[in-house]
Design a protein around this ligand. Structure first.
Ligand code: G6P
Length: 545
């Protein structure tokens, strides 16, 4: 992989010049000028329809941005990514979540053994899941398991919970709970709801060293052994980890440890045995369909020209807004409750990956990286933060994601949902001019004085950019494809920004300091900090003494 400072490329210079022409850019005008704008700026890959035309771009913008991707060595980088080069250099690891969904017959020569290991570990997981679901594997008291508790945090929680919520229409009758936060109240609330006799606990931790997960697992095991014999632990607790020894030390039966691989990053691990709880909740066929959907997007990303490549063009939009428009954030608005955890999942995937201020040569970057993402499902978000997108002072490019077909036959609901989905992007783009707003007020019979007073508040500037991602139907396949699309978008941005997307050193500092503070709390030693930290520690200590 070449380390290229994007701002020193010819394409970047061209983009800077090109951007100067955007002072009086108007999407309304662009659509008026070119009847085929939507068609030219929409990419279709089977069930995915991605319309970029409501973005602040022209076809030349796309050309310049695509040239930037090429000049930054994206083609070679994609090849390195898919063939197992050590692209996570600071941790000396390959980045091969794509191998987890590759059929053996499609494996690259260099990755045959990774793919066959992935398939073997998936098979072990599937056999176990089938045994639980068909009742061959029973609880310590010979009962069928009916509840799963996933104990994990970060990538060992967000991916599984997001997918499980997304695929509620595909769930079997297993009840799933997710315990992630180290907050004891979170654990207690889950324990209140479950019967130890019929509950399987899945401890998920790549490192098996994460404070939150080990604390929760220990508390839950203690609770469990108060209710059932200690010998029942081996039938009710399983672990997913790449640190098998630590899982054994914790007391997990060797045969109940489902290994994951060093070459899969935590936030990209939902495709691996980390998906255990999801597979238990939706069954192995649906889990396989999820993998197949992701593989379909892998092929699209790897084999499609950049101009027609959905993840590449999505990444380039982020570069355009982040580095040229200097937009501070992007919104992700899924028009389905099923995807209510998608923004949270993407916050980890995107911000932990690309929140880096040092380039691949170890120098401080001189340009912005790491886009901030946030969001909530529509239509709820329309009644919450859309005011700021429509009339605030910030440029907030947004992804609008929806599925053309609903899962249940409620056409009245679905038509209303989709009407809002479509209307919002049109409104954000067109806004409302002063004269349009004035006409509206006149039509409503307001006096001249009232109109003069109200008019400034009724104007919408418009030109708020959106990308519409319309997918035929929400299925395990399309959800897999959607998540893989974002994974490759993240990769592409990291390559162009010349940063390492697959480490997360920034998470360490706070973790280490928390250990010291915990020591202080336990020993009631509050003095050895700045006055703010000491006072907070003391107040906390006093309230709990
Ligand atoms: O799976 P684990 O090893 O327990 O790690 C859980 C999480 O811990 C860290 O905070 C990392 O920043 C995350 O990327 C990771 O997903």
């Amino acid at each position: 992989m070449k380390n290229i400072n994007p701002t020193e490329t010819n394409a970047w210079l061209q983009l800077e010049k090109h951007f100067e022409g955007f002072d009086d850019f108007s999407l309304r005008e662009e659509f008026k000028k070119d009847a085929s704008r939507a068609q030219k700026l929409t990419l279709i890959d089977k069930d995915f329809y991605v319309d970029f035309s409501k973005n602040l771009i022209t076809e030349s913008t796309r050309t310049h941005l695509t040239a930037l991707a090429t000049e930054c060595g994206l083609k070679e980088a994609i090849n390195s990514y898919f063939t197992g080069a050590v692209i996570n250099a600071t941790e000396k690891r390959s980045v091969l979540h794509t191998a987890l969904r590759t059929p053996q017959a499609h494996a690259d020569k260099s990755l045959e053994s990774n793919v066959s290991d992935a398939i073997a570990s998936k098979q072990k997981m599937f056999d176990y899941v089938d045994g639980i679901l068909n009742g061959d594997t029973l609880s310590a008291n010979g009962k069928k398991f009916d509840t799963i508790v996933n104990i994990g945090i970060g990538g060992s929680d967000l991916g599984p919970v997001m997918i499980y919520e997304a695929l509620q229409a595909y769930k079997n009758n297993m009840t799933l709970h997710f315990v992630s936060n180290v907050e004891g109240d979170h654990v207690e609330e889950v324990l209140k709801k479950i019967n130890p006799d019929t509950t399987l606990f899945v401890i998920v931790s790549k490192s098996f060293g994460t404070q939150e997960t080990l604390t929760n697992a220990t508390t839950i095991r203690n609770w469990f052994t108060e209710k059932l014999e200690a010998s029942a632990v081996s039938k009710h607790f399983i672990a997913v980890s790449s640190n098998v020894d630590k899982a054994v030390n914790f007391g997990i039966d060797h045969k109940n440890i489902f290994p994951m691989f060093d070459w899969v990053g935590g936030r990209f691990s939902l495709w691996s045995t980390v998906g255990m709880s999801v597979a238990l909740g939706i069954g192995t066929d649906n889990f396989q369909a999820l993998l197949d959907g992701a593989h379909e997007m892998d092929n699209h990303f790897r084999n499609t020209d950049f101009e027609k490549n959905i993840p590449v063009q999505l990444a380039l939009m982020t570069i355009w807004y982040n580095n040229f428009y200097r937009a501070q954030s992007e919104a992700i608005i899924p028009y389905t409750q099923y995807l209510h955890r998608l923004p949270a999942y993407l916050q980890q995937a995107i911000m932990e990956s690309n929140g880096k201020c040092v380039d691949r040569d170890g120098n401080s970057v001189t340009y912005d990286t790491g886009n901030i993402v946030w969001g909530e499902p529509g239509t709820n978000s329309q009644h919450a933060f859309f005011q700021l997108i429509h009339q605030g002072t910030k440029l907030i490019p947004a992804h609008f994601i929806a599925f053309a077909k609903a899962k249940y036959n409620q056409p009245d609901h679905h038509n209303k949902l989709m009407a809002n989905f479509i209307a919002q992007t049109e409104a954000l783009m067109n806004g409302k001019t002063r004269s349009e707003a004035k006409k509206d007020l006149e039509r409503s019979g307001k006096s001249k004085d009232e109109i003069d007073m109200l008019l400034p508040f009724k104007v919408f500037e418009g030109d708020q950019p959106t990308t519409t991602i319309l997918i035929d139907e929400l299925t395990p396949q399309s959800i897999g494809k959607l998540i893989a699309m974002y994974e490759h978008k993240i990769f592409t941005e990291g390559i162009i920004w010349n940063i390492y997307s697959y480490d997360q050193w920034g998470v360490e500092l706070g973790k280490v300091l928390a250990d010291t503070i915990l020591d202080n709390i336990e020993n009631k030693e509050y003095a050895d900090h700045d006055s703010s930290t000491s006072a907070i520690l003391k107040r906390f200590g006093n309230l709990n003494s």
